[in-house]
Design a protein. Structure first.
Length: 389
């Protein structure tokens, strides 16, 4: 069977691309349903973009690569698409937009958009092989035990990264990219909880506190969640994208810098109280207990000199953690790195050296922060390739 374009992966990027590509388009996916990650994202409400999305929110070997697509298909364009389909949304926090109803509405919207341009979708279909014959890609597909040969002028790699293999993530895009001579950057799990070899935070598992978490010079002010296995919560997930094995993550437990004055005031007004009692007015009691054991915090607040209070605040502002690892692809929201952007056009996402081969979405080495940025990249890169085809 002949198509103009075959898109491998009916995820966010693949569907967006199919909705905009001209000619006869086929989208294939080995999953039972399209857009499974969209469906489960944002607790079932899909954090589909971010009001503040800008190139600085993306990690890439070439930080300029994402600029063109993000500028040409913006968060406002996607918001317009949601409006066209009458899908209600709200801003939760930090510019993060979620559906009022269900993430399934976003999947249905993309399927409708694809249908309106006549794109076909084959689910439960896997790729046995791809070869290039002149200007044509020849694919051998397996669809429910039947082998089907398909050819196309354009081939779009939209099968995502390695995160959450249980949801069908595979390294197929990387394998095909390598087959066609594209380079890969190092890949690792990102937006992922960090772990320790001991269970040091098991006693305070479930406790959450606002922090400024930094790794390798990039910091995020959000909540940190202590877990049985280590550290999680948005601040840690964000920092994990900048953290490499062996590195320190620094937690500032006084992100707004007010603790010293609070302690000095308490010294005057509540001098007879234990310093840990004062700290429980600022932090969860279980966290204070943990910190007081670790940092030897004790004594009456009234007996503390300015220097002692300064030292305590300094400890709490620079609480260094050296995780031993991460929860890995099993729970990582994204894969950091991927198909090297150096080999791709930032305007069209087409491989510079292989005419008709495109890479979009998470498969390539462009990784967004937590907060709707990864879907925005899927929409923008999918649109850029689709409109170029
Ligand atoms: P995506 O992974 O969506 O799609 C790839 C498709 O290819 C899948 O349908 C898969 O089945 C298919 N495929 C893979 N291998 C194949 C093979 N060998 N053969 C055939 N098909 C194959 N981002 C965000 O911005 N806001 C959010 O709220 C969330 N929430 C979130 C929650 C969870 C639990 C996860 C795991 C991830 C998120 N993300 C997110 C990240 C976001 O889901 C992700 O970055 C995008 O889905 C990437 O879109 P792609 O289309 O590139 O890949």
């Amino acid at each position: 069977m002949e198509f103009d374009t075959v898109i491998i992966g009916a995820g966010a990027a693949g569907m967006m691309c199919a909705a905009h590509s001209g000619g006869r388009t086929l989208v294939i996916d080995h999953a039972k349903a399209a857009g499974e990650k969209i469906r489960i994202s944002g607790g079932g409400r899909c954090n589909f973009t971010n009001l503040d999305a800008k190139p600085e929110n993306f990690i890439s070997k070439n930080p300029h690569f994402c600029k063109s697509a993000l500028k040409r298909y913006t968060q406002w364009d996607f918001i317009d698409l949601m409006a066209k389909h009458q899908i209600a949304w709200h801003e939760k926090t930090l510019g993060q937009l979620f559906c009022d109803g269900s993430a399934k509405q976003v999947v249905a919207m993309l399927l409708q958009e694809m249908q309106s341009v006549g794109a076909e979708i084959w689910l439960k279909t896997s790729v046995a092989s791809v070869v290039r014959n002149g200007d044509t890609f020849e694919l051998t597909l397996k669809r429910e035990d039947t082998q089907i040969n398909v050819s196309s002028k354009n081939l779009v790699l939209a099968s995502g990264g390695k995160s959450i293999p249980k949801m069908g993530a595979t390294g197929l895009a990387y394998e095909l990219a390598t087959q066609f001579g594209l380079e890969l950057t190092d890949v690792r799990p990102a937006l992922v909880p960090l772990t320790f070899s001991d269970q040091r935070y098991a006693p305070i598992s479930g406790v959450s506190a606002p922090v400024r978490a930094s790794a390798n010079g990039t910091e995020f002010e959000e909540a940190c969640l202590f877990t049985h296995r280590g550290l999680s919560g948005p601040a840690i997930l964000q920092a994990s994208s900048y953290w490499c094995e062996g590195d320190v993550v620094c937690l500032d437990l006084d992100p707004d810098g007010t603790l010293f004055e609070i302690l000095r005031t308490a010294r005057q007004e509540q001098g007879k109280r234990d310093i840990t009692t004062i700290l429980t007015q600022q932090y969860p009691a279980r966290l204070v207990q943990h910190l007081s054991d670790e940092m030897q915090i004790k004594g009456r607040i009234g007996d503390q000199s300015d220097a002692a209070l300064e030292q305590l605040c300094s400890h709490l502002r620079n609480w260094e953690q050296r995780p031993t690892g991460s929860e890995g692809y099993r729970t990582a929201e994204v894969t950091l790195g991927g198909i090297d952007t150096d080999g791709l056009s930032s305007k069209t996402m087409e491989a510079k050296a292989v005419k008709g081969l495109y890479v979009i979405g998470e498969a390539m080495g462009v990784t967004g922060w937590l907060g709707g940025y990864n879907f925005q990249w899927a929409w923008s890169s999918g649109w850029a390739a689709g409109t170029a085809i």
